[in-house]
Design a protein around this ligand. Structure first.
Ligand SMILES: [Ca+2]
Ligand SMILES: [Ca+2]
Length: 425
């Protein structure tokens, strides 16, 4: 996802250009960011997004019709912990909490997707009614999310669900697909009658767009660092980063050290070069920071994908081949790689984060310990050199977290119902 680190000079020029446009402005009718969002052809965001309770009213629980096609959920033992139709779950397991904020630093998110729009982080300081300081009859936006004012003073105007660092606009719409796919694996809505389910529905995705394949010349690394700082500042507990490169960068490492000082867990892809990260590091996964957990990818048979990086510096492996998840335009599709594996681990980390009595008790060291100690072994004889621990196991991690009473009651019945109803047409 992040190949063009060497283009710094060009990137600085482009960023300089963008900055001068920013300072010049375009006029008064629309705010600059509104105009740029319009130019980018991003869809508007639903007002319901800002009213946190609007999605959570009573509604019938309905089967997620594609859930049985998501082999990754079976692989990680999802159905041992959840009863898909009722969420939650088994005795002693707390359901995924909306207090857990997961920053997805990626290509953005389709914030209109029916599976994702209910699970967006909403910046409280940039949402809610707003009255202009000078009375006016003009038709202007009277919500903090679109008033052109940096209401929370964090340096970003109208950053209500995250930020697009590629285009420097508030709405991080995903024109690529990758970020929506990752977000769906983590938190796609469960039991809503469409699509599938994320590992941890109801947690809040903070969408931070650092990468855009059409945005050639923009510095992915520089945008990554900005996105990490945003996540650090704005209350993320977990950061999902499914990109990287072979060059270490002091600014990136410092941003992740800051994440560490704020108690944030960083889940990072091991990379898709089919090599050992012990011999040739891959960053940010390989920074020697204890708040990073690095993830390799496996197939249905628990074998490491030939494309997956590996090594003792990689902690765990998770499903990464032909993974079904959400795509922009209310669609679904398959993607492969350590990116997808990373998202499964992030979802599991979010579930573990939800087990704390209060989110302020969240402790990345504990979560990392539960994830690694709760793994199941890889089948290969040489598995010891593939990853340091083993394959992600949600029941194993929950058991480690002590709130899990290893009950094995009836998950197979729920699964059978789903299988019968979900025949592919
Ligand atoms: Ca702001
Ligand atoms: Ca605002």
């Amino acid at each position: 996802m992040r190949e063009n680190r060497a283009e710094k000079q060009w990137n600085l020029f482009v960023i300089g250009l963008a900055l001068s446009v920013h300072l010049t402005g375009f006029g008064k009718e629309l705010t600059l960011s509104e105009r740029r969002v319009k130019q980018l052809n991003y869809p508007p965001i639903s007002e319901e997004t800002f009213s946190s309770e609007s999605w959570s009213g009573p509604r019938p629980t309905q089967l997620d019709p594609l859930i049985s096609q998501d082999w990754g959920l079976t692989s990680i033992g999802f159905f041992d912990a959840f009863t898909p139709l009722v969420q939650p779950m088994k005795a002693g397991v707390s359901s995924c909490s909306k207090d857990v904020v997961v920053a997805v630093v990626d290509t953005g998110i389709d914030y209109t997707h029916p599976e994702l729009r209910e699970n967006l982080w909403v910046n409280a300081g940039e949402s809610g009614p707003w009255t202009p300081p000078v009375a006016t009859n003009e038709v202007i936006c009277r919500d903090k999310s679109c008033n052109g004012v940096d209401d929370d003073g964090n340096g970003f105007i109208d950053d209500v669900i995250g930020w697009d660092f590629v285009n420097d606009v508030p709405l991080p719409f995903d024109t690529h697909g990758h970020g929506s796919h990752i977000s769906g694996i983590i938190a796609a809505s469960a039991a809503n009658g469409v699509g599938l389910s994320g590992v941890c529905p109801r947690v809040r995705i903070m969408a931070l767009k650092y990468y855009d394949s059409s945005g050639a010349g923009f510095n992915n690394l520089q945008n990554t660092v900005k996105a990490f700082h945003y996540a650090n500042k704005m209350g993320a507990k977990i950061i999902n980063y499914s990109g990287g490169g072979s060059e270490a960068a002091a600014a990136e490492r410092m941003a992740l050290e800051d994440s560490r000082s704020k108690g944030i867990l960083v889940v990072a892809a091991a990379g898709n070069d089919g090599r050992s990260n012990d011999l040739l590091p891959y960053y940010p996964a390989s920074y020697p920071l204890d708040n990073i957990i690095s993830v390799a990818s496996i197939n249905r048979q628990d074998q490491l994908l030939p494309s997956s990086n590996f090594g003792k510096i990689v902690q765990v492996a998770a499903p990464g081949l032909s993974i079904l998840s959400t795509l922009p335009g209310s669609r679904y599709g398959m993607m492969s790689g350590t990116s997808q594996a990373t998202a499964f681990v992030t979802g599991a980390a979010a579930l573990l984060a939800s087990q704390f009595a209060q989110i302020k008790d969240f402790d990345y060291r504990s979560v990392k310990t539960w994830l690694t100690q709760g793994t199941r072994p890889m089948p290969e004889a040489s598995s010891k050199s593939l990853v340091a621990y083993g394959i992600l196991s949600v029941p194993g991690a929950l058991k480690q977290s002590k709130s899990w009473t290893a009950q094995k009651t009836a998950p197979s019945i729920a699964l059978e119902v789903i299988k019968k109803k979900n025949r592919i047409r």
